[in-house]
Design a protein around this ligand. Sequence first.
Ligand code: SB7
Ligand code: NI
Length: 183
Amino acid sequence: MLTMKDIVREGHPALREKSAEVEIPIREEDKTTALALLEYVKNSQDPDIGPKFGLRPGIGLAAPQIGVTKRMIAVHVEGEDGELYSCAVINPKITSHSVQMTYLESGEGCLSVDRDVPGYVPRYAKLTVKGYSPDGEPVEFKLKGMPAIVFQHEIDHLDGIMFYDRINKENPFQPPAAVPFGR
Ligand code: SB7
Ligand code: NI
């Protein structure tokens, strides 16, 4: 099981690399990695397991964050209508997105960043993501709200992009031409 000691922090080159596509059919080793990412996000939100192992809660995790530069992510997050997005996605790809942007009013954080970086992170308000499940089944997600924001944060990791790269340098709280989301 993955713990905080497996998560690489700022300064590690994996966070700035462009991750490689995972070969299809998916190898057992890659499937295991994808499922480990998902297990971490679930464990980290479990009221017993999280504190017991000192896991910082995370609603998503990307393979480069454990030093594996392959295109794999996991999310465990609830949508606006209470639907749960709990999945590992291999080779996730944004196939379409809204013109409209959104941002989290509370800003974003990252398990690989041990400091607060305040500011709004502009994200697409809606998007479609295609990819593969760990079992090799093609999957497609139509996303809005928090799940949309998390998927974009994770897919950014696969391209070596950190959330703060997208914050306005001059005025971090300059509301982007966007509809805010969250409290
Ligand atoms: C706030 C938090 C996350 C995504 C979007 C908004 C995830 C934080 C955990 N991660 O570092 C995952 O990469
Ligand atoms: Ni992150």
